[in-house]
Design a protein around this ligand. Structure first.
Ligand SMILES: Nc1ncnc2c1ncn2[C@@H]1O[C@H](COP(=O)(O)OP(=O)(O)OP(=O)(O)O)[C@@H](O)[C@H]1O
Length: 624
């Protein structure tokens, strides 16, 4: 049985093309400029392979002309042009791309990076025009032809006069309607902005006569308008240049010109990768935290270019959340774009590039941490919190990537240190990586729980961000060393633990009494061996620490989880003599003392006391 051919309703297809493919009408200019650039590329290429064809470098530009009176916008090039047949075939057949065919023929040759591939971009002109006229003269013909169409109804072709080889696309811009202002596509400022946005890195100059004003001759206050030819695009994508040709100032300038930021970036990463997927990338780490960075408003992403043409302003898939501070762009010819060139299909290449970019940012940060500590400290003060969130997020899926990049304030070094640095300084008899949690470094410095650990000469990491302890719980270990809170039940000091057990055993009844006096607020009262000069402190058992309880209690949907608290009593402290005496002679007094001591421990911990009035009265009664 003979296979039947599909038929297409070309009118309906064109209607679909015009109205459904692109979400954004303004991209028509990008498409037409890209076509003009392709036409010049082809002409240049032909001159290389065909000796009969010469080229004049001065003709390699694209001209935009807006005529408000006649409502026309013209895009003109002196590229390869089209014959009558080509006009018919390329502009008369949807999804026929002369450019794609050309690229395939020229595949083996260097230096051809043609943009067009789907054969649909041209029709986007109908989104903003009632009528499109194309005048073209091919490099292979003496005659010029005019193609004209009002859209779905079809097109006419006739011979016309045209001096130079190349193509002129004349758009009759639609009248404004209730929803849309088409007028703006005739406005100089809007055209300039569109070119800057989408076509800034088209490699040929995009010229336009722009209105300027100057002082009239023989006058010092009267001005007159005049027109001047201006090139509107920057042309050379700096990221495609060789790194050796570029100075730091060039990158800084580019960063500011592109409005990534108002001041120089902290770090520039420029990489060109050749391989299964080739791409260039230029990444920046800002010197400051961007506006609203730690809020939902902040939108992460890199600019995505295909052959120098902007495809997406913020491609979020290129950055993991924990590196959302990175700015910049990726340019690759290997992306599988979908037909509207606006969105990417679930793209393997994009995933590949994203993974490489993540690895690159990580390795650059590690180098900075090692070789340029001052800079890393600056980076970390802005974005360290984001890295710690990254460890905690997604159930710790990215902790391996991030654990070497985080830092905490050290009790011994008095500055931020990495986990690796901490490990390298650990004492022989030190089992754990110790940390203490609190509102500020000052406050943690004074925590009674840190006394004995400091006394032993062990370093303590200070956690001052809410996320710190959550991140560390996710990490659990670093290089086989477990983390241990200074408030945790077992600190891993063998002798001390033994002493404390003995002391607790000796005062068993007393501690039991105190526990009862506190009415279930603590799980246990016991002798402490982590205290030296302070009378009491709180320790905790179980996974939820006292600090975590504090963080959770501040959340909008407070889960009301409580840490299991233990009141530790310093049996070497003078106060303990009074406690023992009260236990022997005045149990009511011990009840009061127990509450005072417990409330003191809460205050030191930064927790609020349940009944401050009672506490104040108790203290007063003691003073009396
Ligand atoms: N200014 C021009 N000069 C010469 N040929 C052109 C010009 N504009 C369009 N063409 C021809 O018309 C064809 C169709 O253009 P169109 O913009 O629809 O698709 P494309 O550029 O090939 O692909 P894409 O849809 O990816 O942009 C082009 O492939 C090219 O052969």
């Amino acid at each position: 049985m003979a296979t039947q051919q599909f038929k297409a309703e070309s009118k309906r297809l064109l209607d679909l093309m015009i109205n459904s493919i692109y979400t954004n009408k303004e991209i028509f200019l990008r498409e037409l400029i890209s076509n003009a650039s392709d036409a010049i590329d082809k002409s240049y290429y032909r001159s290389l392979v065909d000796q009969n064809i010469s080229f004049n470098k001065d003709d390699f530009y694209i001209r935009i002309t807006a005529d408000k009176e006649n409502r026309t916008l013209t895009i003109e090039d002196k590229g390869i042009g089209m014959t009558k047949e080509e006009l018919e075939n390329n502009l008369g057949t949807i999804a026929k791309s002369g450019s794609f065919a050309f690229k395939n023929e020229a595949e083996a040759k260097e230096g051809v990076d043609i943009i067009g591939q789907f054969g649909v971009g041209f029709y986007s002109a109908f989104m903003v025009s009632d009528m499109v006229t194309v005048k073209s003269k091919s490099i292979d013909s003496d005659k010029a032809y005019k193609w004209e169409s009002k859209g779905a109804e079809g097109f006419d072709i006739e011979e016309c006069s045209k001096e130079t080889v190349g193509t002129e696309i004349i758009l009759k811009i639609k009248e404004n309607n209730e929803d849309e202002k088409f007028d703006e596509y005739l406005e100089e400022y809007r055209l300039k902005a569109l070119i800057k946005k989408y076509s800034d890195f088209i490699k040929y100059p995009i010229k336009m006569l722009v209105k300027k004003s100057k002082l009239k001759e023989d006058s010092d206050k009267e001005y007159e308008d005049y027109l001047e030819d201006e090139t509107l695009n920057s042309m050379v994508p700096i990221w495609r240049k060789n790194k050796n040709e570029l100075k730091l100032e060039d990158y800084d300038q580019f960063y500011m010109d592109k409005h990534f930021g108002y001041e120089k970036p902290l770090k520039v990463i420029h990489a060109s990768v050749e391989g299964a997927v080739s791409y260039n990338t230029l990444l920046f780490i800002p010197a400051r935290t961007p506006y609203a960075f730690y809020s939902k408003e902040y939108e992460k992403g890199l600019e995505l270019y295909s052959n120098g043409v902007l495809i997406m302003e913020k491609c979020a898939e290129l950055l993991p959340d924990y590196f959302s501070f990175a700015q910049g762009l990726v340019d690759s010819a290997d992306l599988s774009l979908n037909i509207s060139r606006e969105l990417l299909q679930q793209d393997r290449q994009l995933k590949f590039i994203a993974k490489k970019i993540k690895d690159k940012i990580k390795s650059e940060l590690l180098l900075m941490l090692k070789n340029d500590r001052e800079k890393y400290d600056q980076f970390y003060s802005n974005f360290g919190r984001q890295l710690k969130y990254g460890i905690y997020a997604d159930f710790g899926a990215n902790k391996e990537d991030l654990q070497d990049l985080i830092m905490f304030h050290s009790s011994t070094e008095k500055k931020l240190v990495s986990l690796d640095e901490y490990i390298s300084r650990m004492k022989e008899d030190q089992k754990y990586i110790y940390y203490a949690t609190g509102e500020s470094i000052d406050r943690i410095e004074k925590l009674p729980q840190t006394e004995m650990i400091k006394d032993k000469g062990f370093e303590i990491l200070y956690f001052t961000d809410d996320v710190d302890e959550f991140a560390i719980k996710m990490l659990m270990k670093y290089k086989e060393k477990e983390f241990k809170s200074v408030s945790s039940g077992d600190l891993g000091f063998e002798n001390n633990e033994e002493d404390s057990k003995k002391d607790t055993e000796e005062n068993k009844d007393l501690f039991e009494f105190m526990k009862d006096a506190l009415g279930g607020k603590v799980k246990e009262v016991k002798a402490s061996k982590r205290l030296k000069t302070h009378p009491v402190c709180l320790a905790n058992q179980g996974d939820l620490s006292i600090e975590m309880e504090k963080v959770l209690s501040m959340m909008p949907d407070n889960p009301n989880l409580k840490a299991e608290k233990i009141l530790e009593v310093n049996t070497n402290h003078e106060m303990f003599t009074a406690v023992k005496e009260a236990f022997a002679n005045d149990k009511d007094k011990l009840k009061v003392l127990s509450n005072i001591l417990y409330n003191q421990a809460l205050l030191i911990e930064g927790l609020s006391i349940e009944d401050p009035v009672q506490f104040a009265n108790d203290v007063c009664n003691l003073i009396k």
